[in-house]
Design a binder for this molecule. Structure first.
Ligand code: GTP
Ligand code: MG
Length: 314
């Protein structure tokens, strides 16, 4: 992560905003559950219901509860506050998925390939990422490899204009691999630091489209000599269903991390836990609105703290 002060500030502000609905709806209740002064079977049952209702998912909820109860017993914790602290550390450790594909690593230019199902927030998230890198003093180039949807190239160009970065594009219907390759070439000749490639939305079940996706990846690595970081965009409002799609997607094509968009649009922010627990992919960024500034690099500890903040300090 770029260690800049402004990113730190942006992070906490946007993380709090992204977590706000979820905190009000579910995790705020969990926090009050543990402030209730007792710790018994009913507490665990209520906790289970709240976690499942927040879209943490049945499997991860069971695992979490088991670990929590075991630690509470083994560590001789009898007060609800102590149990809540353990729950928080367990959540952080689930969310803290390690991957060597962190998007900040690697040699210049850094190539990011944004993939995901239709409407997952790919193009908007690319613009937010580009702005983040520009603010960090990096030279960014975007590649319009969604040559499928009629307005996709124009949409990316419009974002490019707003961020102040160039967009490399071919005609609609052109080979997306060729667009990606040209973007990489242009980045090399201009000495750009970051290349972000937009792709068309597709379902994991469409074999030919998944092949095309892999071809773009292959062109970048074999012909272009760069190893792209593949970021899977996922719409948080699609919950467990979106998670199933994301899982199938990441099985069809190796992904390095997730950009979780539209967290502002759902109260079921527990899906973040489900992504980490079930996809074993780190969430790199969260999106919390339609604007360029509505992005936060994801920090597990900060996110969990924001979720459990007492409601009266909102
Ligand atoms: N509220 C909210 N809306 C978002 C966020 N990210 C994207 N959107 C909206 O979601 C819609 C789809 O976003 P796009 O970026 O076009 O999604 P896409 O994955 O590129 O879509 P396709 O290219 O058609 O597959 C747009 O209306 C965006 O404004 C977010 O974090 N919060
Ligand atoms: Mg798009």
């Amino acid at each position: 992560m770029p260690a800049l002060g402004f990113i730190g500030r942006l992070k906490s502000k946007n993380t709090e905003r992204a977590a706000e609905k979820t905190r009000r709806a579910w995790f705020g209740h969990i926090a009050s559950l543990f402030r209730g002064g007792r710790l018994d079977d009913e507490t665990w049952e209520e906790l289970e219901e709240l976690l499942i209702a927040a879209d943490v998912g049945v499997g991860p909820t069971q695992d979490l509860l088991e670990r929590l109860k075991r630690r509470v017993r083994d560590e001789g914790v009898s007060d609800p506050g102590g149990a809540m602290d353990i729950l928080k550390t367990e959540l952080v450790s689930i969310l803290d998925v390690q991957s060597d594909g962190a998007p900040e690593a690697g040699a210049a230019p850094l190539v990011i390939l944004m993939v995901g199902v239709n409407g997952a927030g790919k193009t908007t998230s690319i613009a937010k990422l580009a702005q983040l890198y520009v603010d960090d003093g990096k030279q960014v180039l975007l590649g319009a490899a969604d040559t499928f949807r009629a307005a996709a190239i124009e949409q990316l160009r419009a974002w490019g204009d707003r961020v102040g970065v160039d967009v490399i594009a071919h005609q609609q219907g052109a080979d997306p691999g060729a667009v990606a390759f040209d973007t990489l070439q242009a980045a090399r000749s201009r000495g750009a630091d970051v290349v972000i490639i937009d792709t068309a939305g597709r379902l994991h079940s469409k074999a030919n489209l998944m092949q095309e996706m892999k071809k773009i990846q292959r062109v970048i690595s074999q012909k272009g000599g760069a190893s792209p970081r593949v970021i899977l965009a996922m719409d948080a409002t699609t919950g467990q269903n979106g998670l199933l799609q994301a899982r199938a997607f990441s099985q069809a094509m190796a992904c390095d991390g997730v950009f979780l968009s539209k967290l502002d649009g759902t109260a079921k922010g527990g899906v973040v836990v489900a992504i980490a627990a079930e996809l074993k992919l780190p969430v790199h960024y969260i999106g919390a609105g339609e604007g360029l500034e509505d992005i936060a690099p994801f920090d597990p500890r900060e996110f969990v703290d924001a979720l459990f903040e007492p409601a009266d300090t909102a």
